[in-house]
Design a protein around this ligand. Structure first.
Ligand code: NAP
Length: 353
């Protein structure tokens, strides 16, 4: 079976290079072209390498970056994986979908569009149906987004809890890695030895995106989940991995043992469909007092293709009617490129490619 041709947009950036990583040796997809701005045209990937913890093949490192060309991509690729900055992503992704390309994007520009879903295959695979209702679907073009990096990692455990016990309120504080700000991101003199208690629009995004993701979709539109989310977001001097503390009020009152079993036993449709990049266990529960930590747990997930795709939960506690825990996830893999690749795998399994 021939593989599906995919374009990587923003291939010189943090997310773009994680796309290239996720696509190395992929059983269903192969890279048609790497695209970035004109200033990167003609450079080989090895000259603009940002990802330091993955060994790319020589063939991939020698691939040349091209300047973005929507017409060429529409003619040559069935899928575009987008790691473009939001302002550019909005119009570019609309044009690509209009040209019959299935767009799987990390950018925020289309997340709140009426027929554009924010898909996490373990959580809301049925929301992929929204893409079929987009005006460009008939020609094969559509846009599917993934959530911002701080929402994705907690959406999976929150979904498991919502299904079993009913969420009422979620208070979340984030400790977000520097790679979440792209490359070169936060100036080093601001980042080193410091914590910055502000990330532009992050809290607002989390508060609305989680309700959309855990809600439902019908021809009438998206119905948002009705629990409240209150977020405080901070940038910390960690390279990869967003750690988040959660305080949760739920309708039911499970014991901590039940809660841990519900989280670690959770499996979604990504698992039953055996999607290649789906982690065998989407939520890993640690029992040590000092876990999860980015240094130990950021690459959690198996098999090898799903490394960095699991959420790790730890320090489960309860008191005063609330449950407390920490969650860690990889922001540029689970919360970025890996999430989009998993969405494309779901689309293929649903006959949308
Ligand atoms: P980044 O490191 O700054 O990379 C941006 C990419 O866009 C680069 O490849 C850049 O190419 C390209 N680009 C910029 N202007 C362009 C133009 N005019 N034409 C074509 N390409 C252009 O950003 P990032 O962190 O990868 O983020 C990419 C997107 O994903 C953003 O929308 C971000 O909000 C979202 N996101 C990021 C994360 C994360 O954890 N980092 C997680 C989820 C979502 P040049 O090098 O040639 O300029």
């Amino acid at each position: 079976m021939s593989k599906i041709k995919v374009a990587v947009l923003g291939a010189t950036g943090m997310i773009g290079q994680r796309f290239v990583q996720m696509l190395e040796g992929h059983p269903w997809f192969e890279i048609e072209g790497l695209y970035a701005s004109e200033k990167s045209e003609g450079k080989r990937l090895r000259e603009v390498l940002k990802v330091r913890d993955f060994e790319f093949s020589d063939g991939t490192l020698d691939a040349q970056v091209r300047a973005m060309d929507v017409k060429h991509i529409s003619d040559s690729a069935r899928i575009a994986f987008s790691g473009l900055p939001s302002d550019l992503a909005g119009p570019t992704e609309t044009s690509l979908a209009g040209g019959g390309v299935a767009v799987f994007t990390n950018a925020g520009s289309h997340r709140m569009d009426p027929c554009v879903p924010i898909v996490i295959p373990e959580v809301n695979p049925s929301q992929m149906e929204a893409a079929r209702d987009q005006p460009t679907y008939g020609d094969g073009g559509y846009i599917v987004t993934n959530a911002n990096c701080s929402s994705t990692g907690i959406a999976v455990p929150l979904h498991a809890l919502h299904k079993s016990y009913g969420l009422e309120q979620v208070f979340v504080s984030t400790y977000q890695a520097l790679s979440g700000a792209g490359y070169p991101g936060v100036p080093s003199l601001d980042a080193v030895g410091n914590v910055i208690p502000f990330i532009d629009h992050e809290e607002e995004k989390m508060e609305v995106e989680l309700a959309k993701i855990l809600g439902s979709y019908s021809k009438a539109g998206f119905e948002y989940a009705d629990f409240k989310v209150m977020a405080n977001c901070a940038r910390v001097p960690v390279v990869d991995g967003h750690l988040e503390s959660l305080t949760i009020e739920m309708r039911d009152s499970p014991s901590l043992d039940e809660l841990a079993k519900t989280l670690s036993g959770f499996r979604g449709e990504a698992h039953s469909l055996s999607l290649p990049s789906a982690p065998a266990q989407p939520v890993i529960v640690r029992t040590e007092d000092n876990r999860p930590q980015p240094a130990f747990d950021v690459m959690a997930g198996s098999p090898a293709r799903a490394r960095g795709m699991a959420s790790t939960v730890g320090r489960l506690r309860e008191g005063n009617g609330y449950y407390k825990m920490f969650v860690l996830s990889h922001n540029t893999l689970r919360g970025g490129a890996g999430g989009s690749v998993l969405n494309a795998e779901l689309a293929k399994a649903k006959g949308m490619l």
